[in-house]
Design a protein around this ligand. Structure first.
Ligand SMILES: [Zn+2]
Ligand SMILES: [Zn+2]
Length: 306
């Protein structure tokens, strides 16, 4: 099985997951893998359910969104959420209702793990550069009693911020992004922003305007708004960078003082020695303000009501 180890000096966590060496590689992400017997068959397409672990969730029969355990888990709880039965369509190509179904699947699994006192991270890798090995669009969910690394750090800093200011860090961050012209777009319920210290140019943070620690507390109006804002955010990358490999993730915790939010990164550069050798991120393609303007001017947000 996989296990977490920590660098004794920096406390940086690493998952040792050599069980994944044999997984199928359709994108070239996992160079050690030899493409084998399953070439040409998509495990994630409708009709091939027998090639994956059993269904944990499906929205309907036949399904549009299907969830099952990852055959090569990174953690004890590691699931795949297939976005739709269409092999070539991702969130930015799908209709509003289809994207609502994906979010609803996320929420179903959140509540499953929430009732077992586990924290959840939901993420999407697209393309070999972003760590994906299967082409059919999908997200992944991992659950654990807690996540070391960034999420834990964020939570500790947010607690510190709250104790000092008696305010939520992320609620204030929306205000700050407005003041600094780092807002790409605001819908009724969400602010799409570029972080001041963005790790890569065009990194995005999507922050809900209503303060809620847990993504699972989202209501129906917010779900419908998120479906549109999520789609447009991904489209803005596609327009600017010709459908890049990309990641997005949902950061959520069950308790205050957290404020759930989403992160997005387009893979328009690779890690250099400053990132890997010093842990210093280099954001050299656009200032946060210029990135906000360029992403807004793609026009993809125009159809969303504010
Ligand atoms: Zn497929
Ligand atoms: Zn807040």
């Amino acid at each position: 099985m996989t296990h977490l180890i920590f660098d004794s000096l920096t406390e940086t966590p690493t998952i040792i997951a050599t069980n994944r060496a044999k997984r199928t590689d359709q994108t070239g992400a996992v160079s050690s893998v030899v493409k084998g017997e399953d070439d040409g068959v998509c495990f994630f397409c409708r009709g091939n359910e027998h090639l994956t672990p059993p269904t944990l969730y499906q929205d309907a029969d036949p399904w549009n969104v299907r969830v099952f355990r990852n055959k090569y888990p990174l953690m004890d709880d590691h699931e795949i959420v297939v976005h739709s039965s269409e092999h070539d369509k991702d969130i930015e190509d799908l209709e509003h209702e289809s994207n609502v179904k994906i979010i609803t699947a996320y929420l179903d699994r959140m509540s499953f793990y929430g009732s077992r006192d586990k924290e959840v991270m939901i993420f999407n890798n697209r393309g070999g550069k972003a760590g994906a090995s299967i082409l059919h669009p999908h997200s992944q969910i991992v659950a654990a009693k807690g996540f070391p690394g960034l999420i834990e750090k964020e939570n500790n800093s947010a607690l510190h911020y709250f104790n000092e200011h008696n305010r939520c860090y992320w609620c204030d961050e929306i205000q700050q992004a407005r003041q600094d012209d780092r807002v790409v777009f605001e819908s009724a319920f969400f602010a799409v922003t570029i972080p001041e210290a963005c790790r890569w140019s065009y990194e995005i943070k999507l922050i809900p305007k209503n303060h809620k620690p847990n993504f699972g507390f989202i209501d129906q109006k917010e779900i419908h708004d998120l479906a549109d804002v999520l789609k447009a955010t991904l489209q803005s990358y596609n327009t600017l960078f010709n459908r890049p490999d990309r990641n997005f993730w949902i950061h959520t915790m069950r308790y205050e003082p957290y404020h759930w939010h989403m992160g997005f990164i387009p893979h328009i550069k690779v890690f250099g020695a400053l990132e890997l050798g010093a842990g210093i991120w280099v954001s050299d393609k656009a200032t946060p303000q210029d990135a906000a303007i360029q992403l807004r001017e793609t026009g993809v947000f125009n159809s969303i009501s504010t």
